[in-house]
Design a protein around this ligand. Structure first.
Ligand code: AMP
Ligand code: GLY
Length: 403
């Protein structure tokens, strides 16, 4: 099978890494890809959001399956353009991707489907959470425990275009639960935990994600299946009922509250950096499952996870999430890989033959092992070997889970 992968982040490098191992793969192409993906397949200089250009590329390469990684192209309708023109795509069309692109649409679908979520509030009074309605790369949510934080949150949210939504503040452990969907059938994947805050001890502003691990202790396959029945399946059914079937991966960000799991958000794609911890554990025919989802044939497909654990540490620039960095030389990736870690490129570029920084989150370093502790050690051993100007990472990824 000849695959075109759309996107250029760490998640896409992890997808490419997994797809490159699939026996059924005959060609791997990426648009635009990144220097890590370029080691596994052919990268093409086409923007991820340019549906028409991607269609032209897919046709010229005679692609069998398009896999769209990030949210922006999905919300922009890239999957629709490809699908309408006869290219099989793993990834929802614009209407179904609104489950991520619009917090108010997601609330509406959850209410209709009877899915437990935080209650929407008509007015903001601390404690509460202020959310930007549209896409904000994980940076449009402001948790306001005090009136001062609410002032700040409202001010910060006002800097984004579009409306805001306000909801009750929930507390509990968070977990990311993923299920493949073909429009009707859902297939659960292993869960992961993400570390959203920039600072150790979950302090500071939210980011795209600073690390992840899988599995999640106390949240085994049975619980995941139960949760997918309670959350993902009714949403997929509701979207089908509305005539906008969801084909791709539905990602629920959940809080495990005292009164049961509640949805914080839906995403219409794989998580980043959750994918970097989930895919190294995934067993079975991943490419076959993506193709089955794209073709409406997921019934009977199962994807198991190995007993191993995986931990991913994100290496970001000094100014992230406020600013990014370009052009600083990155060294030590070979040594990190030689130490047994997987290194996924997120924000890198090649300047001549020099690998340089090109973004906020630069690399993900993933360790695997028999326990979360062993995986964690391997991830940090790898991370310590990598150097670039201003490199920063959290030292506490998966720390409590490995105890
Ligand atoms: P979201 O992008 O909606 O997942 O929000 C990002 C992060 O903000 C979540 O991972 C939570 O840590 C936090 N968050 C979002 N909604 C709530 C809520 N209703 N109560 C408490 N924390 C929340
Ligand atoms: N890591 C959270 C996300 O991908 O949205």
């Amino acid at each position: 099978m000849n695959v075109l992968l759309v996107g250029s982040g760490g998640r896409e490098h992890a997808l490419a890494w997994k797809l490159a191992r699939a026996p059924g793969l005959s060609g791997l192409h990426a648009a635009p890809g990144n220097p890590g993906i370029a080691q596994l397949g052919d990268c093409h200089p086409v923007r991820a959001e340019d549906g028409e250009a991607l269609l032209g590329l897919a046709r010229s390469l005679d692609v069998d399956l398009g896999v769209v990684g990030p949210e922006a192209p999905l919300v922009a309708g890239v999957a629709d353009v490809l699908r309408r023109n006869g290219v099989q795509v793993f990834g929802p069309g614009r209407a179904a991707a609104a489950i991520e692109g619009s917090k108010s649409f997601a609330k509406d679908v959850m209410t209709a489907a009877g899915v437990p979520t935080a209650e929407a509030l008509a007015v903001g009074r601390a404690p509460c959470v202020v959310k930007v309605d549209g896409l904000a790369a994980g940076k449009g949510v402001f948790v306001c425990e005090t009136a001062e934080q609410l002032d700040e949150g409202l001010r910060a949210a006002a800097l984004f275009p579009g409306p805001i939504v306000i909801e009750e503040l929930l507390s509990g452990d968070e977990v990311s639960v993923f299920a493949l969907a073909d429009g009707r059938t859902v297939v659960p994947l292993a869960p992961a935990q993400d570390f959203k805050r920039i600072g150790e001890g979950d302090t500071g502003p939210n980011t795209g994600g600073m690390g992840s691990y899988s599995p999640v202790p106390g949240f085994g396959a049975e619980k995941v299946a139960e949760l997918v029945d309670q959350v993902h399946r009714p949403v997929v059914e509701e979207l089908a009922r509305r005539g906008t079937p969801f084909v791709g991966v539905l990602f629920a960000g959940l809080m495990l509250t005292e009164s049961g799991p509640k949805v914080l958000e839906f995403n219409a794609r794989f998580g980043d950096p959750e994918t970097q911890s989930i895919l190294p554990r995934l067993e079975g025919d991943f490419l076959g499952a993506l193709a089955a989802a794209a073709g409406g044939e997921l019934a009977g497909v199962e994807l198991a996870a190995s007993d191993d654990a995986a931990v991913t540490v994100v290496l970001a620039t000094g100014g992230y999430p406020e600013s990014s960095d370009t052009g600083s030389t990155i060294e030590g990736i070979d040594a990190a890989e030689a130490s047994g870690a997987l290194v996924f490129h997120a924000g890198t570029a090649l300047y001549g033959d020099r690998l340089v920084t090109n973004g906020g989150r630069i690399l993900g370093v993933t360790g695997t092992g028999a326990t979360i502790g062993a995986a964690r050690e391997r991830a940090y051993r790898g991370a310590e070997l990598i150097r670039f100007d201003g490199v920063r990472y959290r030292g506490d990824i998966a720390l409590t889970a490995s105890g």
